[in-house]
Design a protein around this ligand. Structure first.
Ligand SMILES: NC(=O)N[C@H]1NC(=O)NC1=O
Ligand SMILES: [Zn+2]
Ligand SMILES: [Zn+2]
Length: 450
């Protein structure tokens, strides 16, 4: 009879394939045994009764901006990773911008790695940046472990992270293809967005709708079509982040059908919020691309149901509340970025599972299994199986709650989801076999070694 570190008894174990009832035994950070239907005849230092709860692979949030080092007054690894733990996320990929210095060379990557290792309570990986100035640094970043590269096709809003011009895209994608890595793109057209914004501002038309109209869906479509041309020409693997419309998703699917290695992400805010929320809630709901309308939201859910979307990630891009404020009705000045890292699973359960009959298996696939497969972490992560990492989230689907400001672990406790009724509550989050979040509290502050 074995002696394990932890046994979780009698839960409904969800993977991307099936839901089974059983026990999970964990030691040294790994899943050692799983029983189907029966009780494991074993003991552990600690046992958790998961009766009536569902156990999912911990979420892998492939898209967050934690601003550390250098801009921790916006967020930071400590608060950021705690909010992820509270939301059932056990691994995150930190974007190369909004921290200073940005992750565009090896030295800067090491700075980010050092502070993250010191402070994160969940697992992490890093994106490298592709900017016009760093083509020579791509290979070294790759060799030092970045999971891929991120480029902006339109201004990023951050002075030390320039957007790419066509020649940088061409050369960068050739380089990224040659090392076998992947390019993630923020795809909006600079020309369309900048010129429409300038016209609007010149006319003093600065409402929520004016802002949204200055970044129309055609701007995403145009940029995605252009980047697909380069992917075809260079053979570079491509990942389009935060598609706000099924029209964008459809173009990517056509390219997939033609045999291109291309994937697409959307975010919880495009699946749950609209321009109306931007008008009513103000800058807290401002993001780029902007929120669309009800019809676009429904169509994105249809795309999910059809298997046309690969990954759901938060694009948590926080800022202090005063930077998110709409001053004199001007929506152009507020920071674009949604604080959402803690709410991804809640949105998927409430809007997806309960309101639209999306299966729990599909939610697992979109938030954990697919990200793990896409970035080479599978089957170590993204699945509940023997020998996988013990990264797990337990949810009580019978519990409902209204999100309150005090529930948030962010450095700045604002979010467009405050006041929203959620069905399905995260009760426990386990990272590398350690309980890090339980019953509303962070329980372990041990740093995660990478
Ligand atoms: N710089 C940055 O984080 N930008 C993000 N914010 C947002 O709303 N969209 C983005 O790409
Ligand atoms: Zn972006
Ligand atoms: Zn982002």
């Amino acid at each position: 009879m074995g002696m394990y570190d932890l046994i979780i008894r009698n839960g409904n174990i969800v993977t991307s394939d099936e839901i089974i009832q059983g026990d999970i035994a964990i030691s040294k950070g790994k899943i050692k045994e799983i029983s189907r239907g029966t009780n494991l005849n074993a003991k552990a230092l600690r046992e958790i009764n998961a009766e009536d709860q569902h156990i999912l692979p911990g979420l892998i949030d492939t898209h967050v901006h934690f601003n550390e080092p250098g801009r921790t007054e916006w967020e930071g690894v400590e608060t950021g990773s705690r909010s992820l733990a509270a939301g059932g996320v056990t691994t995150y990929f930190d974007m190369p911008l909004n921290s200073t210095p940005p992750t565009i060379n090896k030295e800067n990557l090491e700075l980010k790695r050092a502070c993250t290792e010191e402070k994160s309570i969940v697992n992490f990986r890093f994106w490298g940046g592709l900017v016009p100035e760093n083509i020579e640094d791509i290979k070294e970043l790759h060799e030092n472990g970045v999971i891929g590269f991120k480029a902006f096709m339109s201004p990023s809003g951050i002075a030390d992270f320039n957007h790419v011009d066509d020649i940088t895209i061409f050369k960068g994608m050739n380089e990224i293809a040659s090392i076998g890595s992947l390019l993630a793109v923020h795809a909006e057209s600079t020309i369309i967005c900048d010129q429409l914004a300038e016209e609007k501002q010149r006319q003093n038309s600065t409402s929520a709708k004016d802002f949204a109209d200055s970044r129309p869906i055609i701007s995403e479509i145009e940029a995605v079509r252009r980047i697909i041309s380069y992917a075809e020409a260079t053979g570079c693997k491509l990942h389009v982040v935060h598609a706000s419309s099924r029209k964008v998703v459809e173009i990517i699917n056509e390219a997939k059908q033609k045999g291109l290695d291309i994937t697409v992400e959307t975010c919880p805010h495009y699946l749950s919020l609209t321009l109306k929320d931007l008008e009513e809630k103000g800058g807290v709901a401002k993001c780029c691309p902007p929120l669309r309308d009800d019809q676009e939201v429904d169509q994105l859910w249809e795309a999910i149901a059809n298997g046309e979307i690969d990954v759901i990630a938060s694009d948590h891009s926080p800022a202090p509340a005063d930077m998110k404020t709409v001053v004199d009705g001007d929506y152009f000045v507020a920071w674009g970025g949604i604080s959402g890292a803690q709410s991804t699973l809640n949105i998927m359960l409430t809007e997806g599972h309960f309101n639209r009959q999306l299966s729990l298996e599909r939610i697992v696939e979109l938030t954990s299994t697919n990200p793990a497969k896409l970035f080479g972490l599978y089957p170590q992560k993204g699945v509940i199986s023997v020998n996988s990492d013990a990264d797990l989230v337990m949810v009580d689907l019978n519990e409902s709650f209204e999100l309150k400001k005090e529930d948030l672990f962010y450095r700045h406790k604002h979010s467009p989801y405050i006041g929203k009724e959620f069905k399905g509550k995260v009760t426990t989050t386990i990272v590398n076999g350690q309980v890090v979040f339980e019953n509303g509290n962070i329980t372990s502050v041990e740093k995660v070694e990478k």
